[in-house]
Design a binder for this molecule. Structure first.
Ligand SMILES: Cc1ncc(COP(=O)(O)OP(=O)(O)O)c(N)n1
Ligand SMILES: Cc1ncsc1CCOP(=O)(O)O
Ligand SMILES: [Mg+2]
Length: 214
């Protein structure tokens, strides 16, 4: 089951990636993606092992960003792959049928390609500008999500699509009706004064609206 809220780790001057993961799990995150950039392999691996044990302790799913070989080595639950990383079909051969593989899409064509490559979910973005990621693809905005999710629906594509990029709790009521499965969030949780309150508000807003009889 793909969570509707993916927490993406972020290092700050106060905490390591693993400490950020721990704080998020303690605050209610049930899905953590360890997103380490520009660190030596041994440091990356140590952070992955720490984050895995934190996720096991809290019963959260542990996804490693970018590196399928390291995901296999540390026993992560899965991997998230962008356009610059190993192709999902190749990662599937390495990781086997039970591991979770996510892929990044910026367009409807990307979603179709990822589906053919056998991913379990799609991270579609960016929703808006964010400083968390360098070299952002063009901003999709609400219009972009509406158009791409409409194309998915018309094509009978039902793979879980997770929105990403500068997303806050306040965006969720606007994004949810486009048909997204959930959201991936880093700053709005990592930098929140109260992470538990931030996660609780996001989860509340992710609840599907009740169906009203006309
Ligand atoms: C859930 C989710 N969606 C998209 C991304 C972005 O992946 P990528 O395009 O490879 O960029 P980096 O995160 O590696 O900088 C993601 N990480 N997670
Ligand atoms: C990894 C990634 N891919 C597209 S935007 C983004 C950053 C998400 O972090 P934030 O929620 O802080 O914008
Ligand atoms: Mg990547």
């Amino acid at each position: 089951m793909i969570s509707t809220l993916h927490y993406i780790t972020q290092e700050t001057d106060k905490q390591t990636h693993a400490q950020a993961a721990e704080a998020a799990c303690r605050a209610g995150a049930d899905w953590v993606q360890l997103r380490v950039k520009n660190k030596p392999y041994e440091v990356w691996k140590a952070l992955a092992l720490q984050t895995k044990s934190i996720c096991r302790h809290y019963g959260s799913t542990f996804i490693l960003n970018d590196n399928p070989a390291l995901a296999a080595e540390v026993g992560a639950d899965g991997v998230h792959l962008g356009k610059l990383e190993m192709a999902p079909a190749e990662a599937r051969k390495l990781l086997g049928p039970t591991k979770i593989i996510g892929g990044t899409a910026n367009t409807f064509e990307d979603v179709k390609r990822l589906l053919e490559q056998g991913v379990d979910y799609v991270g579609l973005g960016p929703y808006r500008f964010t400083t968390t990621k360098d070299n952002l693809s063009p901003i999709l905005g609400l219009q972009g999500y509406t158009a791409i999710l409409e194309q998915c629906s018309a094509a009978g594509i039902t793979i879980p699509i997770v929105a990403i990029g500068g997303i806050t709790a306040a965006d969720v009521p606007l994004l949810l009706p486009t048909g997204i499965h959930g959201i991936a969030v880093s700053s709005a949780i990592t930098l929140a004064a109260n992470r538990a309150a931030a996660i609780s508000e996001i989860k509340q807003n992710l609840q599907p609206l009740p169906q009203h009889n006309l």
